[in-house]
Each structure stands twice: as C-alpha cells, then as structure tokens.
Design a protein around this ligand. Structure first.
Ligand code: GLN
Length: 469
C-alpha cells in the first residue's frame, strides 16, 4: 500500500514503528496530488514547502510514546476546507472576493489540529461561501468526482471529500450547515461526520449560517473520525454557543459490542430501487449484530428544505454584510450569483412586513422538526436514513435550476435544523458509484453513532474500495 493511501491510525503506527518518516508520508501525498489534481481539482492551495518543513520537524522530534500522547497527530498530513482561517495561508472560501485574503490567525479547529501535531498539506476547494451541494459554485472551477470525472463529488466540502477519496491526503476537515460534509462523503465513498451543534468550535471558520454551522471532517474510516473528533471537540472560550459538555473517550468506546440498540429506519418515498436495496442491506447488517429495527416517520420532514433555505438565507444576508469592501479588499460586485440570490432572499425574508410570514414561520417549523426528533428518540437510540435519494449527478445537470439543486439536501438539513450529530458511511455501490447511509442521534450522541458505524464497517468494509484514477 502506498503511504498516501493509509488511514491516520495506520500511518501513526507506521511512524511509531519507524517503518517510514513523516517526510516520506508527505512526499507520497504531494506526488499523488501532482498525479491526480489536474483531473479532480480538489485543492485551491497546496502548502508544499511548509508541509515538508513541518514533516522534517516532526521526524526530528520522533514518535516515541511521550510525544505520541501529547501529539496524537504528529507528522500526519491533513487537508483543510478553504473556509477555515489559516494563519499566513490564503483562505478564499471558494470565492474570488477573498482571492487574496491571508488571515492573521488560525481557526480554533486548526489550532487544535496543529497542537496535536498535524501538518497542513493543502486547502480544499468548495462551493463559494459553502453555498451548494455539488461543488459547482466554486469560483475556482468545480471539483470532479474521483469515481467518475463527469459527475459531481457533492458539496460544499467537495474538495475535502474528493481529496480523501483520491488518497491525496489521510483525512480532511469540512463544514456542514445543511449536509456539506455528509453529501460529499456519500458521493465520494468516504466517512463524513457532522458533530452536534456546539460540539466543535466555529471560531475562525468563515460563517455560512451561524445557527446551523457545524465543523466536521472526512476520513477513510470510522476510527479516524473518532480520532479527529477527540481533538477538535470541547468548549472554546471563543465560541459562546458551546455548552460545557464533557468530551467522552470516543476511541475507547468504538469496539465494545452494541447492546440493546434500537434503530429507527426512515426511508423517503422517492428512492430508486437499487439505492433502496443498498439501504435495506445495510440495515440487515446491523440487525445481524442484534440491533432492533423499527420504522419511524418525521411528520414535518417535508417542510425541512423550505425552512432551511429561509433560515439559512436570512443568516447569510447578515453574515455576508461584513464583506463590504472596507476590510477584505474587494467590493460586493464580486459576489457570485448564488451568494447574491441568498443575500436577496434572506434580506427579503427578514424585512418588515415579511418577517412574520417567512422567517418567523420557518423558525416555528424548525422547532417542530426538533420536536419530531425528540419524540422519535424516546423510542429509538439512532435513526438510519439514506444520505441522498439519488446517485452523484452529472456536472451541469442541476446548475440551471437552483430549486432542483436545493432538493439534494432533503435528508441532510433536518439534522442541522435540530442541531443533531449525524454520520455518513459508505454502504455500497451502484454502477461503480458510491452510496452512503446516514446515522443520526440525539444531541451529543457522537459516541453511540461512531460505535454503531464502527461495527457496521467491521462487517461491511465498503470504505476500503478506492476509485481508479
Ligand atoms: N447544500 C446546502 C446549501 O447549499 C448546504 C451547504 C452546507 O452544508 N454548507 O446551503
């Protein structure tokens, strides 16, 4: 196996056993980037010199237990979605308006990863301002799906997912406001985790919609997902929306057997038969491990997209107001069509006379959806749903019709509206295209979600399949 193909935990073992160095690991990733990047366009900035410098430092410090316990990610190269502020490294949010913006500070997630010893290998492409479900709103060109270059990788963390799937790196950070980690994870065949709202600090990530934004990641397996969350989770004085909730030991909790687990199955009406079959097979795998299945319904699910797009746009109109030409160089003319659409929709929904009809109604629906979940979680421990009702679609297929594009998020936005944690994991393939299944749980139930996904993965290791590029 080439070094760039390793998971984080396997690479860590190799570094500790002196089988290879971080310099070799970083070089393998850089070589893979050179080989694949012209095909998939997953990255906006590659930090070659600084990554090699950091790798050399890590190698000099060594990987003995005293280092490993302080720095669980020592010498591990990661890709960061280009929406996390990175000190001294250009941070564009996928938008030309920020093409030359170099932050003077790191996002908390980045600070924590660096303290843990991680190396920033590159900044990943994304839909501009994270607005999108396909990667096609990027102003640096669309990312292509490594499984089929004529198809979208899902968005908005399109580059992060494609980069992990193409083995350009070991894992990547993403953000999820309405599905932007889970949809690309599903479309690219990797594991994507969206933590509970307030579990991971939002400080220093360029805001999409502040009441919905969640900082997540894309990894090659569930063990790596637990490993990264262990580092990024936990209160941060710079994000006032984080409750003082203790961080459990996610990694230790993975392998104990599943006991008394009840899963609520939620299957949307319109699912293509091959996708339905994959979903049902995944549930069978879990049932064989003793999980009890019951079918559940969220009565207000049909209103989730409308509520999400109103609340999200309203918050966009406020958040993007700061890019007014005085602080970040470029003026508002530079906003792309999708950002303008959302600013206008949000400003309208918040304006006097319309606030009650749109924004306030959407907030009420949001509460109803949260109550639907709370009600359901009195009966089940987790809910399982497909991530998407469809396969990765063709580039250009939905760009002319924003509404069609928005509907891609049907099964992902409910978790954000209710603030819940959710994970997408590969569950099979249709015509060589990956299909993910999603596990959702109550607030702060990441440990249970990861444990369930881990056991699923042991029996159905779809995540091991890789695209040929
Ligand atoms: N596709 C959704 C949107 O366009 C979600 C985006 C996200 O999660 N960042 O808003």
């Amino acid at each position: 196996m080439a070094l760039n193909e390793l998971t984080i935990h396997a690479a860590r073992t190799g570094l500790q056993a002196k089988q290879f160095s971080s310099t070799e690991l970083v070089k393998a990733c850089l070589a893979r980037i050179k080989q694949t990047e012209s095909k998939i366009n997953a990255l906006i900035t590659v930090c070659e010199p600084s990554a090699l410098r950091e790798a050399k430092k890590a190698d000099q410090n060594g990987y003995q237990p005293s280092v490993a316990s302080r720095q669980p990610l020592a010498g591990i190269p990661l890709v960061i979605k280009d929406i996390f502020s990175t000190k001294g490294i250009k941070t564009t949010a996928g938008a030309k308006l920020l093409a030359n913006y170099v932050p003077v500070y790191d996002a908390t997630v980045v600070t924590r990863l660096k303290h843990a010893g991680a190396i920033i290998l590159a900044k990943a492409n994304l839909d501009a301002w994270a607005h999108g479900s396909s990667g096609e709103n990027s102003e640096f060109g669309p990312t292509k799906n490594p499984w089929d270059l004529s198809r979208v990788p899902g968005g908005s963390s399109s580059g992060s997912a494609a980069s992990v799937a193409a083995d350009q790196c070991l894992a990547a950070m993403g953000t999820d406001t309405g599905g932007s980690v889970r949809l690309p994870a599903s479309f690219c065949g990797v594991v994507g985790l969206k933590p509970t709202y307030g579990r991971v600090s939002r400080y220093g990530a360029i805001a999409l919609a502040s009441s919905l934004d969640s900082m997540g990641h894309l990894t090659k397996d569930v063990t790596d997902a637990a490993l990264i969350l262990q580092i990024t989770a936990g209160p941060d004085g710079r994000d006032a929306t984080m409750p003082d909730q203790p961080v459990p030991d996610y990694q230790k909790n993975l392998s104990p057997p599943l006991k008394n687990l009840t899963i609520g199955s939620l299957l949307p009406a319109k699912m293509a038969p091959p996708l339905k079959k994959i979903y049902q097979q995944a549930l069978t795998v879990l049932a064989k491990q003793g999980a009890k299945m019951i079918s559940v319904k969220l009565p207000h699910l049909d209103f989730a997209i409308a509520a999400y797009y109103l609340i999200m746009s309203s918050e966009v109109s406020a958040n993007l107001a700061r890019f007014d030409g005085t602080r970040f160089g470029a003026d508002r003319q530079k906003f792309g069509a999708e950002a303008k659409r959302r600013i206008m929709l949000g400003t309208y929904a918040l304006s006097a006379g319309y606030y009650d009809a749109y924004y306030r109604q959407a907030l009420k629906v949001r509460t109803l959806i949260a109550q639907d979940f709370a009600q359901t979680f009195t009966k089940v421990d987790l809910i399982a749903t497909p991530v998407s009702p469809e396969l990765p679609f063709k580039l250009g297929e939905k760009t002319a019709d924003p509404l069609k594009m928005y509907l891609s998020d049907l099964l992902t936005v409910p978790a954000n509206l209710a603030g819940l944690p959710a994970l997408s994991i590969p569950s099979g393939y249709v015509k060589q295209l990956p299909v993910g299944i999603q596990f959702l749980g109550p607030l702060f139930s990441e440990a249970k979600i990861l444990q369930t996904a881990y056991h699923y993965e042991q029996q159905a290791p779809w995540q091991k399949k890789r695209p040929r590029l």
